[in-house]
Design a protein around this ligand. Structure first.
Ligand code: FE2
Ligand code: FE2
Length: 134
């Protein structure tokens, strides 16, 4: 299983944030691995995808709360990008429910691109502009 491969370019250079992102990606990979094992049971796979969605939303909600509390100037743009990813995960779930396979392939293709870009742009800017937000 390939899952989301951690790449050096995911790192934004703030150790705590990089650590947190690495944990998030590791966790997604574990859930994807479990879903690959459970392909005979589509409900289990859907549950795992639902858990990924929940965990990723929780990470985003935390960031958005800090941005709101501290009056961050790009909250709207940042939140929009979070929503794009959550919509993508929803789409993957819908496609899977409608009968498609290769959940993991879709994640590695679509989701890893998103992480690479989001970490380097939105998250890097956010954490640099708000010292102590990590
Ligand atoms: Fe983040
Ligand atoms: Fe973010």
């Amino acid at each position: 299983m390939s899952g989301i491969k951690w790449r050096a370019e995911f790192e934004i250079g703030i150790p705590d944030v990089d650590h947190e992102h690495r944990e998030l990606v590791d966790w997604i990979n574990q859930a994807l691995l479990a879903s690959a094992d459970a392909t005979q049971d589509r409900d289990v796979v859907l549950d795992l995808l639902g858990e990924i969605h929940t965990k990723v939303s929780a990470h985003f909600a935390l960031e958005e709360r800090v941005m709101r509390e501290r009056g961050y100037d790009q909250l709207r743009e940042h939140k929009q990008d979070h929503e794009l990813l959550l919509d993508d995960i929803r789409d993957i779930m819908d496609e899977y429910e409608a009968g498609s396979d290769s959940v993991e392939e879709r994640f590695s293709e679509r989701i890893s691109e998103w992480f690479g870009l989001h970490f380097r742009t939105h998250d890097a800017r956010f954490h640099r502009h708000l010292p102590g937000s990590h």
